[in-house]
Write a protein that binds this ligand. Structure first.
Ligand SMILES: [Zn+2]
Length: 100
């Protein structure tokens, strides 16, 4: 909460601090705009398996396979991308997940 108030004050700049509801609404709007942009970009790189773009794609039935958009491109839709992984590390992670 302290950080939120601090950020709202700094982001308000010369116009003065944002009211918290206004600030949160702006953050939501900005992220929605960013998400729409990412979805638009990903529409140019549809799933190599089914040909459909993310976020739907193949629905994840080919997730883990190299040419499936759910394997790598889907990371671009995450709010914070997971740390960079090598191909081998990603394969190991996906294999571990599939064991569960
Ligand atoms: Zn797919």
């Amino acid at each position: 909460m302290e950080r939120l108030e601090q950020s709202a004050a700094i982001r308000g700049g010369v116009t003065g601090p944002y009211e918290l509801p206004e600030y949160v609404e702006l953050l939501i709007t900005q992220d929605a705009d960013r998400l729409a942009l990412h979805i638009e970009q990903l529409s140019k790189a549809p799933c190599g398996k089914c040909g459909n773009p993310l976020p739907g794609g193949c629905g994840g039935i080919h997730k883990g396979e190299h040419d499936c958009a759910h394997t790598r491109e889907a990371r671009q839709l995450m709010l914070t991308e997971p740390p960079f992984m090598t191909e081998a590390e990603l394969d190991a992670l996906l294999a571990k997940r599939d064991e569960k």
